[in-house]
Write a protein that binds this ligand. Sequence first.
Ligand code: 5AD
Ligand code: FES
Length: 354
Amino acid sequence: MSADVIALIDRLAKTRSLTLEEWTAAVSGFSPAAAEYAAQIALSERRKVYGNDVYIRGLIEISNICKNDCLYCGIRHSNRKCERYRLQKAEILACCKEGYALGFRTFVLQGGEDPYYTDDVLCDIISEIKATFSDCAVTLGMGERSFESYKRLFDAGADRYLLRHETADEAHYRKLHPADMSFKARMECLDFLRDIGYQVGCGMMVGSPYQTEKHLARDLKFIETFSPDMCGIGPFIPHADTPFRDFPAGSAALTCYLLSLIRIQKPNILLPSTTALGTVDPNGREKGLLAGANVVMPNLSPAGVRGKYLLYDNKICTGDEAAECVRCMARRVENVGFQIVQNRGDIKNTKEQN
Ligand code: 5AD
Ligand code: FES
């Protein structure tokens, strides 16, 4: 491993910041040895803030109906083979009830951009969840909406919002999305969410079509400057019924290296070890935790719809009951020396926060 990468990783740990050129060198410097070095520092940083605790989120995939046509995504509007569903309020609340009994104190409502979920419909669902489970956080992952809409959902009780930026490079963004979606609109949404007061998550896929090291460096620089509370990153995985069917999947090892760099840059960030990582590598989620991730998101969706929320091929955890998924996850987490804790799992403030 080159001395340069070590020096960069050491500098990152000290200053929590790199220039775009340095981020590019850090990405290009990826090797198993560099990843191992970064992971050790990342682990010691995460231990200082979170000890061995791993936070869990109950993921409820509320709808696979989407008006958008992102070229990478299995639930894109043009995919006629996707069997569509949407959950009603009572079904979502039943998932939360089951999840609460299993120890979840955060519920993530994730879905496509489905026009059925108007502000009125969503506010009603959010306020009922918050009234019923008052010690729980609600996270939304419902895509792009207006400032007013985000504000209404926040006022109804939503605590957090996940909106991956997908890529911080505008030209690359255009290659991943149809012409009616824009990089500017996406970035503007992230600013809205931040201004309203949400805990905000951004993120990107690793190894998405046309992605270069420079693009990943831009992603890391964007994460450094935006300083999100959460960051979701996972490998790109092709879906057979999308235009990107023939592109190769992203690498688990590179994903883990980037998780480590992000952890070192911002020691208190909430960093999930994603389902996509567990899909490209059977031990991917464990490897993500060992690289510095501190969040896992077991699937709480009703068994009947799990096999339908397929953003990519070969997705894991589609056949299991929620309770089974939680047991399996707890075992995996413990196997690598961590433990799941039963609380909301909010971001911890550190003096060093930027
Ligand atoms: N492979 C990996 N991740 C994907 N996502 C969407 N499609 C894919 C895919 N084919 C990610 C996107 C999105 C998140 C919900 O899932 O980054 O923001
Ligand atoms: Fe879902 Fe293992 S975590 S089955």
